[in-house]
Design a protein around this ligand. Structure first.
Ligand SMILES: Cc1cc2nc3c(=O)[nH]c(=O)nc-3n(C[C@H](O)[C@H](O)[C@H](O)COP(=O)(O)OP(=O)(O)OC[C@H]3O[C@@H](n4cnc5c(N)ncnc54)[C@H](O)[C@@H]3O)c2cc1C
Ligand SMILES: *[C@@H]1O[C@H](CO)[C@@H](O)[C@H](O)[C@H]1NC(C)=O
Length: 488
């Protein structure tokens, strides 16, 4: 009998998990708390508890060729970088094409996922859901957690002495929707991630003055790279990834410095990262440097203290008459429906094998999909995660021993801190191509069908993987066939 799989959430991670279940002949049921698919990418005017919330102008920071699922290119007439409504449209076409909607129970919240008494032999879970005030229980052979990690706002108010005195308005970036209503205001944006920069730029066109306060600075990149290609097509090639792995650190640092400062010298804009050799995720923003040049945005150091109306910064400067503070300080995450011992979140960190499997379970029948922040697009990443996971569920791949998994988790974490630093925003950060490679090799190496194959089949398989798993772009020329760009 086909194994029953519960998929929690119908965002990108849930949708691709559903498809992989179907591909492997598993029997999925997806529970989605809201009335529709798309998760984070379905913009709504109002902020909803327990769901990610984006601003109306969010545009993807990864290009369409690198963002699509490996077996489902985006429509030809879609632009290279996508407005959130376009991404939602893509999900709708995807769900329709693979007939996924019939597996989804909407307006159904997962309340708890618990091991069955005979878990050590059956690996089964009891899932309790709630819909229209009615609770339901069902038994599943496996569970895929796809509930997202951009839901719980992180506002470190303790680092802002005086905030209780502040007379203006303050809120987290997840509350921000439009620039309307901010005309003529003095606005302080805290943080310099992608959201902080987007919001600062957008508000600076309406506000009297925008300040952006950063502790560490950040590399800011344009979406447009060499020869006008989308940045990720140039940055994430096999060749450059190999270089990043084999070159000595000192040379790499020099190259990175040069590459990142090619567009503008970050030091002159007050943006140079404190530890500039960390691979921390870049900010992708085409307008931020020019808004700074126009004086519409002023870059400030860390906030030392707030008074009723002003902000005092670490460098001693003071900005008076601040009306509004936007905390673009990121997110924390939790899994309220799981027992704490299953996926323990400490300091925004979880101990999961390959960011997916809890290592201490008697049976590998629980997996987290999308609990990761790759340097590239999340879509192909979650797709490969789901492919591996469904194969593990099916018994085509097995996981190593708990000891081996723990050792891997510890080693990976050390490597992560070395590459990306310790900051709480970087706990899920991973390399892109390297991670995809690891997942692909898990799928291949352990695939029993592959074992006895002669050399040429291995080569063929590798090439197929190379095509489908690693390189999303069929070819570069196609990347620039979008409306507005005449094709040659
Ligand atoms: C502003 C912003 C811009 C971004 N831009 C990009 C980008 O350009 N490129 C990129 O690759 N990534 C980007 N990301 C990362 C983003 O996280 C991913 O693109 C992706 O949307 C994550 O999808 P998900 O399915 O894992 O989670 P979500 O999209 O959050 O979906 C989770 C789903 O689970 C449901 N759910 C949650 N709890 C329960 C429950 N208990 N029971 C039932 N259902 C539940 C929710 O309702 C939701 O539908 C961006 C993130 C943000 C915040
Ligand atoms: C794109 O922006 C989101 C939201 O800030 C971020 O989580 C993600 O890491 C960014 N992606 C890249 C490749 O920078």
């Amino acid at each position: 009998m086909a194994k029953k799989v519960a998929v929690i959430g119908a965002g990108v991670s849930g949708l691709t998990s559903l498809k992989c279940c179907v591909d492997e002949g598993l029997e999925p049921t997806c529970f989605e708390r809201t009335e529709d698919i798309g998760g984070l990418w379905r913009f709504k005017e109002n902020v909803e508890d327990g769901r990610a919330s984006i601003y109306q102008s969010v545009i993807s920071n990864t290009s369409k060729e690198m963002t699509c699922f490996s077996d489902f290119p985006m429509p030809e007439d879609f632009p290279n970088f996508l407005h959130n409504s376009k991404l939602l449209e893509y999900f709708r076409i995807f769900a329709k094409k693979f007939d996924l909607l019939k597996y989804i129970q909407f307006q159904t919240t997962v309340l708890s996922v618990k091991k069955r008494p005979d878990f050590s032999s059956s690996g089964q879970w009891e899932v309790v859901t709630e819909s229209n005030g009615k609770e339901q229980r069902a038994v599943f052979d496996a569970v895929m957690v796809c509930s997202g990690h951009h839901i719980l706002p992180h506002i470190p108010l303790e680092s802002f002495p005086g905030i209780e005195r502040f007379k203006g308005q303050y809120f987290h970036s997840r509350q921000y929707k439009h620039p309307e209503g901010f005309e003529g205001k003095h606005i302080l944006v805290i943080g310099i991630g992608n959201s902080a920069s987007d919001i600062a730029v957008e508000l600076s066109k309406k506000a009297a003055q925008v300040f952006i306060s950063t502790r560490h600075g950040s590399w800011v990149m344009s979406r447009i790279s060499e020869d006008g290609y989308p940045w990720d097509m140039i940055f994430h090639t096999r060749f450059s990834s190999m270089l990043r792995n084999v070159l000595p650190r000192t040379i790499l640092k020099r190259m990175m410095d040069q590459q990142m400062n090619q567009w503008f010298n970050h030091k002159n804009y007050g943006l140079e990262p404190q530890n500039k050799y960390l691979m921390k995720e870049p900010v992708l923003n085409d307008d931020l440097p020019s808004r700074i040049l126009y004086g519409a945005i002023k870059v400030k150091s860390r906030v030392k203290e707030l008074t009723e109306t002003s902000a005092i910064f670490e460098d001693g400067t003071v900005e008076e008459n601040i009306d509004i503070i936007v905390f673009a300080t990121g997110y924390t995450f939790s899994f309220p429906f799981l027992e704490e011992s299953l996926v323990k979140v400490e300091d925004n960190m979880v101990s999961l094998y390959r960011y997916i499997f809890p290592p201490h379970l008697a049976k590998s029948t629980l997996a987290c999909i999308g609990l990761i922040q790759p340097l590239g697009s999340i879509f192909p990443t979650v797709e490969l995660q789901a492919r591996w996971v469904t194969r593990v569920f099916k018994g085509l791949c097995t996981l190593p021993s708990e000891r081996t998994m723990m050792a891997d988790i510890i080693k990976r974490n050390e490597k992560r801190i070395d590459l990306f630093g310790k900051s709480q925003s970087q706990t899920l950060q991973t390399n892109y191509i390297d991670y995809l490679d690891e997942l692909a090799s898990e799928i291949d190496r352990l695939h029993p069908v592959c074992w006895g194959l002669p050399g040429q089949y291995w080569l063929a398989l590798t090439l197929i993987h190379f095509n489908f798993c690693y390189i999303q772009s069929p070819n570069r020329a196609r990347a620039l066939t979008a409306p507005g760009i005449p094709s040659t």
